[in-house]
Design a protein around this ligand. Sequence first.
Ligand code: F6P
Length: 356
Amino acid sequence: MGIRIGILTAGGDCPGLNAVIRGVAKAAYHTMKDVEFIGIQDGFGGLIRGEYKTLNQSDFSGILTIGGTILGTSRTPFKLMQVVEDDNVDKLKCMKDNYKKMGLDCLLILGGNGSHKTAGLLADEGLNIIGLPKTIDNDIFGTDVTFGFHSAVDVATDCIDKLHTTASSHGRCMVMEVMGNKAGWLTLYSGIAGGADVILLPEIPYDMKKIIAKIKERGKRSKDFSIIAVAEGAMSTEEATMKKKAREKLRAESGNAVFKITKAIEAETNFTARPCIPGHIQRGGIPSAYDRLLSTRFGAYAAELILKKNFGVTVAMVDNVVVANELSEVAGKTKFVPEHHQLIEIGRSLGISFGD
Ligand code: F6P
């Protein structure tokens, strides 16, 4: 009897998804007899609708360096997984039925935080699940790093580098929004790597006065430009006291932090300021060498877990060693940037303002 492995990619895409898929496949073909891969299309949506196809060995060739995902992806919020909506579809039942219909021995789920919650739910329902930690946000609990993160750090850093030259030529302040709604890892890493002067994370509420003071102080030191790296989810001390819904309403009315800060700099200093939102560019392009390595390691390790029939787990990197974490222990938890993370302390020692 052969082994039938289902594989799906869920949530926002990132570089490295194809490298993981290839890593699993190469290791599985090499170490297992009679292995067959079923590619589920467009994430959990495809699993619910029963959209899948058999993949051949050749489908895994030449994809190491390709960004995005050959399987397609979609967002199906976890909170709706057990809710029957107007279309009358019982999503959980459909996923279980399709898993059986495909005759799967296990299902690999390459996804972020939300997808890990659904992976945990499916494991609880008796399916053989292995998760793989994907996200440019690097916020999956229990792993030091997620694949896709370092590629995004490279892109965001490149954006900051480019803003530097134009900011210094014009003597302006450039305010760049970096992806990351809940956790500020990407902003922290690219901000330090790009030499930003102010770094604002969702985890550290900012005081606009402190940002303005930093820019004025730089002006006094005849630094006629400043770079401010702002996480998508950065919030002011006032916003931090609000409930999520109220904060979102305020955001919709008055714009994200990047616009508020740009306006405040122009209103309260002599500097011209410009906002910049690279947005989804940060999720695009080829995986960096770091991510190709990480994805290949994660993929090959997942194949090993299949051989050992070790299911209900997700692959992780802990102290430079690839390990498996129980889904029940990590799904549903977010890895935030700790207040005293060493990189924050180092940033502070360099004089970088975190807006607090
Ligand atoms: O989770 C990855 C991420 O890129 C976040 O950083 C960002 O907030 C979100 O996805 C954007 O989602 P979407 O692609 O659905 O606009």
